[in-house]
Write a protein that binds this ligand. Structure first.
Ligand code: BTN
Length: 325
């Protein structure tokens, strides 16, 4: 059950184009008119702004640009993604908590957001630099009706969402480096970590972790990512509302995800390939210690990279190490 404050903000934000009277609010919330007034004053202290007109009541005119579960929630047009949000100022890792929630049986669409992660992690148990509030660090829980072999498609799907969102927000054209890195001008701006639990022919849950560097200045990037990473701020010399970035990601995610469940992977693959880093170029890769080379020609339906090797044979790369440079 949400608090009186949350219910009040919800009522006011749903009537943001009209005035609502103190009496109506007090009836809805079953509190006195004085209590309504006190709550409004507290909200003003937290940065909310209201127009208040005698005999008409209150109208919410401004929601502060501070990430909270409420401020994110109100900008969502989604049916399930983000219908439940947990927001933390500081947490070990949104991914770890989202996996716990998934195992406890939470509904699809739960989103865990943190301002800072003390133990943010990337693929292959790498550290993810997120012990500061300059980026978007979130994990979302899905329960897709897909075969376990299809779960890598979710990473590629998420990559297409981030490509769209970054382009919409910055007008830049990012690229995707297989399988999960989003690049701007060759530097990593975002990463995706997909962890799924499945058995036989059923995916129980998939947790999608998204880390997007938003407002870091160049001087704030430290070793070892100093030269290989970037942020939206560095690339455009502008800072961004994290709240808006999160809303844009979740709104777009739901649209693309529902389409994928309905129509399959084809359109995701097409979109992904359009922005694929080094598609059509020669790459070196190692399989079982053997270094080979070939041309990156396609993506398979199970999310693998397809290489045409020097013997003109096609090879599907799952976790092979690719030497991108
Ligand atoms: C990678 O590029 O290796 C994936 C990085 C994923 C980072 C995100 S930040 C939110 C979520 N919580 C984590 O601990 N990791 C993911």
């Amino acid at each position: 059950m949400s608090s009186t404050r949350e219910q009040l903000i919800k009522l006011l934000s749903h009537h943001a184009n009209t005035f609502v009277s103190g009496q109506w609010l007090s009836d809805q919330l079953s509190i006195s008119r004085t209590a309504v007034w006190k709550q409004i004053k507290q909200l003003e202290e937290d940065g909310y702004r209201f127009e208040s007109v005698p005999n008409k009541g209150y109208r919410l005119t401004y929601i502060p640009d501070k990430v909270s579960k409420n401020t994110v929630y109100w900008g969502l047009k989604t049916k399930s993604i983000g219908k439940k949000i947990e927001h933390y100022d500081q947490i070990e890792s949104t991914q770890t908590l989202a996996i716990k929630r998934a195992q406890e049986g939470c509904d699809e669409g739960l989103v865990i957001i943190a301002e800072k992660q003390i133990a943010g992690r990337g693929r292959r148990a790498r550290h993810w630099d997120s012990n500061h509030d300059k980026g978007v660090w979130l994990s979302l829980v899905l329960r897709p009706d897909i075969m376990p072999i299809q779960s890598p498609q979710l990473t590629l799907l998420t990559a297409t969402v981030l490509l769209d969102v970054i382009e919409e927000i910055t007008q830049l054209k990012p690229e995707v480096k297989w399988p999960n890195d989003i690049l701007i001008n060759g530097k990593k701006v975002a990463g995706i970590l997909t962890q799924a639990q499945a058995e036989h022919d059923q995916v129980h849950y998939a947790v999608i972790g998204i880390g997007l560097n938003v407002n870091q200045e160049k001087s704030e990037l430290t070793d070892p990512i100093k030269h290989s990473a970037t942020s939206l701020q560095i690339e455009t010399s502008k800072s961004y509302s994290k709240q808006l970035v999160i809303q844009t990601i979740l709104n777009r995610f739901e649209e693309v995800y529902f389409n994928y469940l309905k129509d399959g992977f084809k359109s995701i693959k097409t979109k992904w390939l359009k922005s694929a880093y080094r598609l059509g170029e020669r790459l070196e890769y190692s399989i079982n210690g053997e270094v080979k080379s070939g041309v990156f020609i396609d993506l398979s339906d199970d999310g693998c990279l397809i290489i045409e090797n020097d013997d003109r044979q096609q090879e599907k790369l799952y976790t092979a190490k690719i030497h991108w440079f």
